[in-house]
Design a protein around this ligand. Structure first.
Ligand code: ZN
Length: 423
């Protein structure tokens, strides 16, 4: 069996062979997802949408976020996070809905109410309350009342008509928040990202279990895997804030192969959810870290390796030498030379050759010596999120400076790597 065969032939959810694979959004498209895979069969794709993604997409937090950011779903309509019937804060009897007009502005709507009140023998007062937009329905309502009370329409006396305008009404909403089931959608994201990124993970016994949980949308088994964080607490990502931009409109998937915790996937869906998913007890430590960046504004998804991360967010290393001068005069002379425009170190290509006191070339250049003394390195973080590595040099080592050709003794090297951006 060649590598990748399994993934190409079998659906990664039902694990059956299929001829009909379809475009699966790892992150639902209505949450701004641009990560597509083609290893889920048509049936499973449809089931994922109905029973797994829907828990995430229709979660009240997602609805708020989609509403605020204007993300339309498949129906190309914005969700209304205030759907349902609520009441006025100052009058709990008054039922109010909050509707979206065609421009997606929020509009309070007074729910039609009809209340009967026996005021004296044989006389009933009827209070009808309608929204201004429903005024034309009043006649129909009166007809219904006359039928119900068995009084001819002309027998109903219209006594009072009151128009009330509510300026900036305060509305009391209650809403239900799902604390658990939505996590199945996060488990799916983590699983699909892992299978798509680490080919052999598909055959892992825990991957087999997770695909069963997803296929049957078994919400009760999800907690076992989506175990880090409560879903809403973004502090899980605090230690990564230096490197990834949690404030911008991006979703991050971070796949980590760790010796201590096995294969983990950290998920941060901007403004909504943050969790850690345990995918396997096996370490997959050769995976190290792969970061999936879903850029909502850039409408793109890309995977970034740890190495790419380093080159993208850190500057190339800059070397600074620390010197030893035997006399103060030597030091002054060097400072003078260093200030001149044509000052530079003698190089041979990428190498900075080293010499002994007598000017005889030594076998290793500066970079080789730094590499060999890596066990002595002292690494510090800078306030700006950069890194400084200090390499003490073991012997008397000299480098040549140009244009004078003089030798100067170097006692240690500071390698400075500045942080220049976030992922
Ligand atoms: Zn399938």
């Amino acid at each position: 069996m060649r590598e990748g065969d399994t993934v190409q032939e079998l659906c990664i959810i039902c694990r059956k062979e299929s001829d009909e694979f379809s475009d699966e959004h790892v992150i639902p498209d209505s949450l701004g997802g641009y990560y597509h895979i083609y290893s889920v069969c048509k049936t499973c794709n449809s089931n994922m949408g109905s029973y797994v993604d829907s828990k995430l997409v229709n979660h009240s937090f997602s609805e708020f976020q989609r509403f605020l950011l204007g993300w339309k779903g498949k129906s190309s309509k914005l969700p209304n996070p205030f759907s349902g019937t609520h009441s006025l804060s100052e009058d709990a009897e008054k039922k109010i809905q909050v509707r979206l007009d065609k421009d997606n502005n929020l509009l309070p709507y007074s729910v039609t109410s009809v209340a009967y009140e026996e005021v004296e023998d044989g006389l009933t007062k009827v209070n009808i309350c309608v929204d201004a937009s429903d005024e034309k329905k009043l006649d129909d309502i009166l007809k219904k009342i006359s039928k119900k009370m068995r009084v001819p329409l002309e027998g109903l006396e219209k006594i009072d008509r009151k128009v009330e305008t509510l300026e900036r009404p305060s509305i009391k909403c209650s809403m239900s928040i799902d604390l658990d089931d939505f996590k199945v959608g996060l488990l799916k994201i983590a699983y699909e990202f892992a299978v798509d990124t680490v080919g052999e993970y598909f055959l892992d016994p825990e991957a087999v279990e997770i695909s069963k949980v997803l296929k049957s949308a078994d919400y009760s088994s999800v907690e076992k895997y989506v175990a880090l964080g409560n879903g809403f607490d973004h502090s899980l990502f605090d230690s990564l804030r230096e490197y990834i931009d949690l404030e911008c409109r991006k979703h991050y998937l971070i796949l980590l192969g760790t010796e201590s915790h096995g294969l983990l996937c950290l998920i941060h869906l901007h403004g909504m959810f943050s969790v850690g998913v345990t995918l396997s007890n096996s370490s997959y430590s050769e995976t190290m870290a792969v970061i999936g960046v879903n850029d909502i504004d850039g409408k793109s998804f890309r995977k970034v390796s740890m190495l790419d991360l380093m080159t993208e967010i850190f500057s190339p290393p800059e070397l600074r030498f620390q010197y030893y001068f035997e006399t103060e005069n030597d030091m002054r002379e060097f400072v003078e030379l260093q200030s001149q425009d044509d000052f530079c170190f003698f190089r041979e290509g990428d190498r900075i050759p080293t010499f002994d006191r007598g000017g005889v070339a030594m076998p290793s250049d500066i970079y080789e010596i730094m590499k060999n003394s890596e066990h002595l390195v002292n690494t510090e973080g800078t306030d700006e999120g950069g890194i400084v590595n200090s390499f003490p040099l073991p012997d008397e080592i000299f480098v040549k400076i140009l244009p004078s050709g003089k030798l100067v003794q170097v006692v240690s090297v500071r390698e400075e790597i500045r942080k220049i951006s976030k992922l």
